[in-house]
Design a protein. Structure first.
Length: 350
């Protein structure tokens, strides 16, 4: 799995003091806006980023409220409705109450069984409600993406800041470890590992085990991407005046790392995380599509795509909704991440 193609600048990221100084100088000394205030005003002017951020919020709310939304507008995601499916074609009837024409042939629905009861239609073969499965699939995709990103950021930040601040042989060892992990065939390893870990490992079973393994694989093997960003930032920050001032006042390494350098790394870490989340969503979808991700019948966008493949000629409609869900989610996170990067970029005109 490759890293996001665009990452925040590592050498030119300003500190809060720099932002206040520059904003004051550019407005006759009357503007004392902080870096976050400047970035927020830039972000508000970026309509694409704001719309993408709103979509991201709606997706998260939809995933959290999936049980409630399903109760209001759909059916349980694992509930079968075989009475809606023609057993010969395995496609939904156009009219379940009158499924056959005058010649005794079944009339299937080219629109996938969309009705007042099933707003997005039903799955072929099973008749399960598409809307509820998409909502519960969002839970899996976002949960895996956020947890794996959290693991990745935690490991990458700690090792990156240590490598950048300490330098010397410590930096060399960590940097070589980054190279090794970056060369690792992650997808092949994930397929192999998910398939061989026994059920009940570390007390986890079923989908809990699958989610744990996927989160571990993505987070543990993808930390070098963010570690490189953090290392580059730390190399620049450790020579800044405020770090030298803290050191001259007798501050220890822990205080300098936690109180002086780490707060100035929040912005690039946040921006890079928003670009890493959609990559992790695609990775989880790919594993589920290949049959080594989330176990059925639990909904997953990748698994829904996989199950729709046999019907792409007779019912291409069933590929549309899970494909759109993945496309819109990944695009929204990427565009929002791009907007954050531009908002915090010191080279962007205010």
């Amino acid at each position: 799995m490759s890293a996001p193609s665009q990452a925040p600048e590592s050498a030119d990221q300003p500190t809060e003091a720099d932002a206040a100084k520059e904003s004051g100088a550019g407005h006759g000394g009357a503007d004392n806006r902080s870096l976050r205030q400047i970035a927020w005003q830039r972000l508000r002017r970026d309509k694409v980023a704001m719309v993408s951020g709103a979509i991201v919020v709606l997706l998260i709310l939809a995933a959290i409220l999936a049980p409630l939304l399903t109760k209001w507008f759909g059916y349980p995601p694992t509930e079968y409705h075989q009475d809606l499916i023609d057993p010969s074609t395995r496609l939904p009837y156009k009219d379940p109450e009158n499924p056959y024409d005058s010649g005794g042939f079944a009339v299937t629905d080219p629109w996938g069984g969309i009705s007042a009861d099933h707003w997005l239609g039903v799955e072929p073969t099973t008749g399960r409600d598409m809307l509820s499965r998409l909502l519960y699939g969002a839970q899996i995709s976002l949960l895996v993406a956020f947890l794996s990103t959290l693991v990745c950021v935690a490991i990458g930040t700690v090792l990156g800041i240590i490598a950048g601040y300490k330098g010397g042989w410590i930096d060399t060892v960590i940097s070589r470890a980054m190279d090794i992990f970056l060369a690792f065939p992650l997808m092949l390893f994930a397929i192999a590992l998910v398939g061989v870990i026994p059920d009940g490992f570390l007390g986890l079973t079923g989908n809990g085990l699958s989610i744990g393994v996927i989160v571990f694989i993505i987070g543990f093997f993808n930390w070098p991407y963010i570690a490189r960003i953090v290392r580059g930032q730390t190399l620049s920050l450790r020579e800044r005046e405020f770090v030298e001032a803290a050191r001259s006042l007798g501050a220890g390494n822990r205080h300098i790392l936690v109180k002086e350098i780490l707060p100035n790394l929040v912005t690039p870490i946040l921006v890079y995380s928003t670009l890493l989340i959609p990559t992790n969503i695609l990775f989880e979808a790919a594993l589920s599509f290949l049959g080594v991700g989330i176990n059925p019948p639990t909904p997953s966008w990748g698994k829904m795509l996989s199950e729709a493949i046999p019907f792409y000629q007779s019912g291409p409609y069933f590929i549309v909704f899970p494909g759109l869900a993945i496309f819109i989610t990944v695009l929204a996170f990427n565009l929002f991440g791009d907007g954050l990067r531009d908002a915090f970029d010191p080279k962007t005109s205010d």
